[in-house]
Design a protein around this ligand. Sequence first.
Ligand code: 9D3
Length: 230
Amino acid sequence: MMFHVLTIFPGFFTGPFDHGVVARARETGLIKIVIHNLRDWTLDRHKTVDDRPFGGGEGMLLKPEPLFSAVEAIFPERGPSRRTVLLSAQGPVFNQAAARRLAAFEEVLLICGRYEGVDERVAENLVDEELSIGDFVLSGGELGAAVVVDVIARLAPGVLGNEDSAVFESFGDAGHEAGMLDCPQYTRPAEFRGLRVPDVLLSGNHEEIRRWRKQAARLKTARLRPDLLN
Ligand code: 9D3
């Protein structure tokens, strides 16, 4: 699977994709990530990517020409295996289901918005969809793109060593939508500053441990994410 990120801050992405699961997936060739500098598609001396909004208003917008030129160069043909996504504060909120849907494409191009926004012709005529990563205000789409790549990359075949999606679904990732947080987990020491790990987890009684975990997950979900319980 291949990711393209189109940004005015290419340097932003030295870091987010160079650690852990995503870095290993890149090294082994399971995924490829290409960062594109939007200014490479400007034609003027000053490499202008933004301009003032028609009708007045605060701030600057990303102008359409460099974005259209960039997308048309990165995806010379569109087709059903390629998806172009605009990260913006306006989109529907990205979630695990959206990640699974996007993971089915061979190539995903993520466009990072900046300034006060993006010329609406980009949203309406250039991209396949618009996505937000949550109901809060970011300075731009770069953190959103990093989040979206991380989530989708984990779903690429082989990345977590779990091509078998049946095994995969029975573990955590689908769990959230199934309405439950993970159960609390503990590691050594069994007692730390007087704080004891629940005895049942040390008991070796696997049936009892299974029941305890199910109940503990329910209680934790009710306390921290009651919205997940219907
Ligand atoms: C404060 C300006 N806002 C009201 C006029 C509009 C606005 C424009 C541009 C708000 C944020 C941004 C920049 N944000 C993103 O590009 C963005 C984003 C976000 O702000 N929240 C959640 N997900 C995303 S993905 C991209």
